[in-house]
Design a protein around this ligand. Structure first.
Ligand SMILES: Nc1nc2c(ncn2[C@@H]2O[C@H](COP(=O)(O)OP(=O)(O)OP(=O)(O)O)[C@@H](O)[C@H]2O)c(=O)[nH]1
Ligand SMILES: [Mg+2]
Length: 378
């Protein structure tokens, strides 16, 4: 799948860390083995004759015998030239290729696996659970790196499956989406990307520039609004973000918008005043619509690793976080933190950011993510 290779490329740092670690673990105490016949051949079978011209089932009525001059024998199945040519050589190469290092799954190996997963930011609890699931029923078996990758990807996908949910869209108009997170996590960028996607899906979107602290923040959001083709409602620098949110919602209602996305200033968990301000935004928009906000998205930066866990805890206590977006999964070796988040909180993961461009926001797909994270070739 095209997207898979893109995600895998983008998650290169996470997958290469895991891959290198797994290779080292298996090689440490492993031994070369010929392939176990039970283990499925990871190489794709050679495709039968895609290059051979179609035999044209219906005879061409009065055509001269011209069109396919190169093929004098019409009926017999095409000789499999590549196979017959180098059969011995091929078998030989394949045997060579398929000599694999395997290591017996024992306590030592499990411990090393746990350490590797912890080092990949999966968190201690999740790493232990994942490894014990891998070990179950397989203790004493010889496993290759590829087999461990498959098992690991399977376990990761199992943890992630229940949380992979796109941002829900409700019939309520305007649906209010409040976007929160610590400084620099990617809130503004994510709003721009989401606005562009919703607009492309036919929604009438409005953005409110609730980060009124910095003039630059408003300008940045306006750039994203222009890119996405979506209006941005602003207030003067230093004005009260809650009153901007109030005005924006009133306006969005009057204009019949489908979605109002409210950007907010980045706030560190330890700044009580900023946290209080966020609570005020929520109180004030509820005066216009007591069901708002309908989504509170917490944007997390994957490069912060384990700190993302405490961010979820803090923001969840303060603003009823309904879903997560994890940004900057490109270029970090800490992608494993997403597994820890899913395992610990079970909050929906709506999307992942894999770059700075407008289309670098992907829906979260557990199987793709698991394969990309573990470096599994599919
Ligand atoms: N590589 C990469 N960079 C990203 C991604 N998302 C955001 N960024 C970059 O991260 C930086 C911060 O992004 P912003 O969107 O400004 O973050 P913010 O949360 O709005 O920041 P504050 O408003 O200052 O709290 C910018 O340089 C973005 O281009 C992503 O998925 N991948
Ligand atoms: Mg911002």
């Amino acid at each position: 799948m095209a997207f898979f290779s893109k995600l895998k490329d983008k998650l290169f740092k996470s997958s290469s860390r895991l891959e290198e670690g797994l290779d080292a673990i298996v090689e440490d105490g492993g031994e070369e083995t010929t392939p176990d016949p039970v283990i499925p051949d990871p190489e794709p079978e050679p495709q039968p004759v895609p290059e051979v011209p179609e035999p044209a089932p219906v005879p061409q009525p009065a055509e001269p015998p011209a069109p396919i001059p190169a093929d004098p024998t019409p009926a017999p199945p095409p000789p499999e030239v590549p196979d017959s040519k180098g059969l011995l050589g091929r078998l030989f190469t394949r045997n060579e290729d398929r000599m694999v290092v395997r290591r017996t799954l024992d306590d030592d190996m499990l411990e090393q696996l746990e350490e590797l997963l912890i080092a990949s930011d999966m968190g201690v609890d999740t790493a232990l659970r994942v490894t014990s699931n891998i070990a179950e029923g397989r203790f004493g078996r010889k496993l290759s790196t590829q087999e461990i990758k498959q098992l690991l990807a399977q376990e990761v996908a199992r943890v992630m499956d229940p949380v992979a949910k796109p941002m829900p869209i409700y019939p309520k108009r305007p649906q209010v989406v409040l976007v929160v997170g610590v400084n620099g996590s990617g809130k503004t960028t994510t709003i721009g990307k989401l606005a562009s996607q919703f607009k492309a899906a036919g929604k009438k979107v409005v953005i409110a520039a609730g980060d009124t602290f910095r003039a630059a923040a408003v300008e940045q959001l306006q750039v994203w609004g222009d890119r996405a083709g979506v209006p941005v409602l602003t207030a003067p620098e230093g004005s009260d973000p809650a009153s901007l949110a109030f005005d924006a919602l009133t306006k969005a209602q009057n204009e019949g918008a489908d979605l109002l996305m409210i950007d907010t200033a980045g706030r560190l968990q330890n700044r009580a005043d900023l946290m209080e301000e966020l609570a005020k935004i929520v109180r004030v928009i509820r005066k216009v619509d007591d069901t708002a906000p309908h989504n509170t998205l917490l944007v997390l930066d994957a490069t912060t690793g384990q700190n993302a866990l405490s961010q979820v805890e803090t923001f969840r206590n303060l603003a009823d976080v309904s879903g997560l977006v994890m940004t900057k999964l490109d270029g970090t070796a800490k992608g494993g933190v997403l597994v820890a988040l899913a395992d610990k909180f079970g909050l929906p993961i709506h999307a992942i950011g894999v770059g700075e461009q407008i289309d670098d926001l992907a829906p979260f797909d557990p199987e793709e993510f698991a394969a990309a994270l573990t470096g599994l070739q599919t």
